[in-house]
Design a protein around this ligand. Sequence first.
Ligand code: SAM
Ligand code: SF4
Length: 327
Amino acid sequence: MTGLSDSFQRPINYLRISVTDRCNLRCVYCMPVSGVCPLSHDDILRYEEINTVAKAAAEMGIDKIRLTGGEPLVRAGLPELVGMLASIETIDDISLTTNGTLLAKYAAELKSAGLNRVNISLDSLKPERFQSITRSDSHLEDALEGIEAARGVGLEPVKLNTVVIPSVNDDEVLDFAAKTINEEWHVRFIELMPLTGETKTPQFVSASDMKKKIEKLGELEPCLPSVGNGPAKYFRLPDARGTIGFITPVSEHFCFNCNRLRLTADGKLRPCLLSDYEVDLKQPLRQGVSSEGLKKLIEEAVANKPLQHHMAEGQVPRQRPFSQVGG
Ligand code: SAM
Ligand code: SF4
């Protein structure tokens, strides 16, 4: 293993793989209500192809993989892919980001295939609001069952991702925070990024405003994450069993620590979520590229990883919806 670093000396060891652009929900900040024109079956990388990319990346120094989407659990046979990735010796952490609504059905199978842990996106604890944010007929209960199922089979720590949307769910910041006191909930509040498929983009609620609200419940003590060293900054309320994290892509970017590459569902390698630059791997894979050739393409993507995003200046990716890149 050589170890991979970009032109700004950032070590790159984390690959986020979007396994599908499809989703059973239509979250207001992520997808247009009509959905997006889905990629065809043939456009999507096959599991064997994803595994080939992961193996080459692992030989270069990638040791953490996250599966995301769209909703990864709408793609058939996901445990099969987890099993393939888990058999790559140098991959030491495989995680999944999911909306949780289908997780109860698959949690045990994913765990035995080698999945280590899950992040579950949950933006409301109110059943009707859950449906209006997700613009679906899925139920809050389904996501809550997903959380319990993940815990039950040991896909831990279960982290919850909550995107805070002004005038939609910002009144629930305290309710989510209060949950961390008596239960082992690890809630991460995410600032809303202006990437929505809808034309009218709401403002965001900053992490510092969220903190001010939460401190009504007690002082927030900084603490270390239970696992990983991602962009969230973690805190704990006095004597709380769980933790509260803040992810601040808008008010305070964390690009200087970014260790990520992203593989889109249709086989493009993206060194930055918020830039349209990408390197195609699908065509070379289908033309029988060698492992060395694949590694050169991975190096090319890494070499072009930008220093930071420019969301504040209005530069957001135009060519794809967020659901295709994988958040
Ligand atoms: N469907 C899965 C889920 O919802 O967890 C995985 C894909 S989703 C695109 C990944 C994450 O991106 C979710 O936690 C979601 O809340 C977050 N996300 C999507 N659009 C966002 C936005 N405009 N701003 C901040 N986070 C966003
Ligand atoms: Fe689907 Fe996740 Fe996007 Fe919601 S955030 S629409 S669950 S991909």
